[in-house]
Design a protein around this ligand. Structure first.
Ligand code: J7C
Length: 420
């Protein structure tokens, strides 16, 4: 990220403490260690602040810092808030807004219904766990479309009280048992044959609910039991995003006949240094064929693997265009309970029905022209935030190898690190 040094605010800087180590990526980022005291001089964006550590300035990630309060000044002890932010997280799922969004997503919800329907015979007399059941829709599908012996519908938020009512309202209380609590702490009366969950977040992993699913797998799923989804893949593609670029960057060139271009570094810092969730990409925006960069096997994936997940990519540019950024989406698969039966797929990419996740756009600092025959190769690293456990950093590094002699930056080592 290129940005001019921020002017120091008149207000005196505030003292913050680092809750974990941070290694700066760009030359304008300031590295620090857990426990370091930093002086924050300005906050140009919610994600990146301008601070000094022992007098040396640089950008620092706000999410790694905690304000030193007067009491702590004396106590000299900095206790961590809840790193899972559970109060806020489960509080948000205690209201209807997110459940309405998920239930209104026909592609998502019909896929889970299709999974239950196409496996209904094999589900007979099986014990099922629906992890993070929300309003209980998947559990109700199980009871309505198949004959499992029991479905344990586990939900940590206060929505669980209403889920019980919905189970009763739909005459499913014989089969569905609603258990309120975190899946990591719930004691089920028996091991289950099937663990089904809709756990996917933005960019597949945001919220890191997947950790809860893995822990439940290890505690509650019998040997040989089935995971639904059975596998997941994160897909990436270089793309043009001209309308977004125009809206956030080109706008400053001549608003109302005036030259506002001195604001463009600020716009780049504010709008292009974090992922744009709920971006909708059109198939024609893709500059190359997409590539699955990270593949998760839900039977073998371990919680420790979530700390850092890496993927490589090599894209061959099929049509000349402007490379504004990368777009990411995910696909999950549900294997059949029947030997050799067809798997069911939920694909959230641009060639499938749109879902409430849409796609995630990572904008470059500045767009680059690419030409048919060029290649874009590099790596992606999803680095889980060591402090805020539902967040991650996505780091992309790439080279553009151009066969077109007039491309001046045929070797562009580029890097960006974005926080969800
Ligand atoms: N991105 C998603 N699919 N989010 C769905 C999250 C749903 O699962 C619930 N949930 C998430 N984590 C857990 C957990 N560890 N235990 C129980 N319920 C959970 C949450 O309250 C919401 O109803």
């Amino acid at each position: 990220m290129q940005a001019e040094k921020e002017d120091e605010d008149e207000a005196s800087p505030e003292e913050y403490v680092a809750l974990s180590d941070f290694t700066g990526g760009g030359s304008d980022q300031r590295s620090f260690s857990s426990g370091d005291r930093l002086l924050v001089h300005s906050k140009p964006s919610a994600e990146w602040w301008w601070a000094t550590l022992q007098g040396v300035p640089g950008y620092v990630p706000a999410s790694y810092l905690r304000l030193v309060t007067a009491e702590e000044e004396e106590e000299e002890d900095i206790s961590l808030e809840d790193p899972w932010q559970d109060e806020e997280y489960f509080g948000s799922y205690g209201t209807l807004r997110l459940h309405l969004e998920m239930l209104s997503d026909k592609s998502r919800t019909e896929t889970y219904r299709q999974v239950i329907l196409s496996n209904s015979a094999s589900l007979r007399n099986k014990a099922v766990m629906d992890l993070g059941c929300g309003t209980g829709i998947i559990s109700l599908f199980c009871a309505q479309l198949a004959q499992p012996s029991v479905v344990y519908a586990v939900e940590a938020s206060s929505m669980a009280d209403y889920t019980r009512q919905l189970v009763k309202q739909n005459g499913c209380e014989e089969v569905v048992t609603v258990l309120q609590g975190r899946a990591e702490e719930i004691e089920l009366p028996e091991q289950v044959d099937v663990l089904v969950s809709e756990w996917m977040g933005n960019c597949l992993l945001f919220e890191f609910m997947v950790e809860s699913v893995l822990q439940a797998r290890d505690r509650c799923l019998r040997d040989g039991g089935i995971m639904w989804p059975s596998s997941a893949a994160l897909t990436l593609v270089p793309c043009q995003a001209d309308s977004y670029y125009t809206e956030k960057m080109a706008f400053w060139e001549r608003p109302y006949g005036l030259d506002f271009t001195p604001l463009q570094p600020l716009a780049q810092q504010e709008f292009f240094t974090k992922p744009k969730f709920s971006h909708l990409i059109e198939p024609e925006d893709c500059l190359t064929a997409p590539c699955d960069v990270i593949c998760l096997d839900m039977y073998t994936l371990q919680v420790r693997d979530l700390e850092e997940m890496k993927g490589q990519f090599h894209f061959c540019v099929e049509k000349s265009g402007v490379f504004h950024g990368f777009t990411a989406w995910f696909t999950v698969h549900f294997e059949s309970l029947e030997e050799g039966g067809a798997a069911v797929e939920l694909n959230t990419g641009p060639n499938s029905e749109p879902t409430h996740w849409k796609q995630t756009l990572f904008m470059l600092d500045r767009p680059v022209s690419v030409y048919a025959g060029d290649s874009i190769s590099g790596s992606i690293v999803l680095h889980r935030n060591p402090v805020w456990r539902r967040h991650m950093t996505v780091t992309l590094q790439w080279n553009i190898n151009s066969s077109t002699e007039d491309t001046d930056n045929c070797q562009a080592n580029l890097f960006m690190s974005l926080y969800t």
